[in-house]
Design a binder for this molecule. Structure first.
Ligand SMILES: [Zn+2]
Ligand SMILES: [Zn+2]
Length: 232
């Protein structure tokens, strides 16, 4: 079965995420757009995954816990987890490598933990817009050990992308999936990177940026990676 997806959506936990990126708003906009499955991917945290999953469940939307990770090479990767427990384990591991810097909301933006009603129930004090002091190779290894589906984000961009920072896709990373932004052509990138599965997601920081019903993934792929339990 083909499912319409968007696997790169920020909540208000990301300092650059709009304050309107609340669980209810994200879920309702995704349903309105006709999506079948989404992933929540805030910078260096999984803080709001659980609450969006709860709201998603109430609205019949599948929500995968995820994270957008910045490695010491300063490019971004998307990690999608089979369950919350593994997502929290990854965050705990990653945070050992985050430089201890307190967020300054007036400069970087607020980092809100939200409840189901979209109320702020606390702020994340650790600045999230920082690279972890650990290499991409080690993050990939740890992510895979925890069963994550992990791949480089927005490879077409000229900042914070694997191509902008390394110039190529290193073979030793043993990647099979690449993410592109929604502004570029899926066909073009699928032709350029024949040996990879190309995922096209929105990187939405604002509600209106969440993907339309235009990118599809085989539900079997998600079952294979343990991201959904069965094929309903
Ligand atoms: Zn990014
Ligand atoms: Zn992002």
């Amino acid at each position: 079965m083909k499912w319409a997806y968007d696997f790169h959506i920020h909540t208000a936990a990301s300092p650059c995420g709009d304050e309107l990126m609340t669980p209810h708003n994200i879920v309702c906009m995704s349903v309105l757009k006709g999506l079948d499955v989404i992933a929540i991917t805030d910078h260096q945290t999984v803080a709001n995954c659980e609450v969006v999953m709860k709201v998603g469940k109430a609205h019949g939307l599948r929500v995968i816990p995820g994270m957008e990770i910045e490695c010491s090479e300063e490019f971004h990767m998307i990690a999608l987890f089979p369950n919350l427990d593994l997502a929290y384990q990854m965050e705990k591991w990653l945070w050992k490598y985050l430089p201890s810097i307190t967020n300054q909301p007036s400069i970087f933006g607020t980092q809100w933990r939200l409840d189901e009603a979209g109320e702020c129930i606390g702020e994340i004090s650790q600045l999230l817009l920082v690279a972890a002091n650990i290499s991409a190779a080690e993050i990939l290894e740890q992510g895979r050990r925890l069963g994550a589906w992990i791949y480089p984000a927005h490879i077409d961009r000229n900042s914070y992308s694997i191509l902008s920072n390394l110039g190529s896709i290193p073979k030793e990373y043993q990647l099979s999936v690449l993410e592109i932004s929604k502004s570029v052509s899926l066909d073009q990138y699928q032709t350029m990177y024949k040996n990879y599965q190309i995922i096209q997601s929105s990187d939405a920081h604002y509600l209106q940026d969440i993907s339309e019903r235009e990118n599809y993934i085989d539900s079997d792929t998600l079952v294979l990676h343990g991201l959904i339990e069965c094929n309903p």
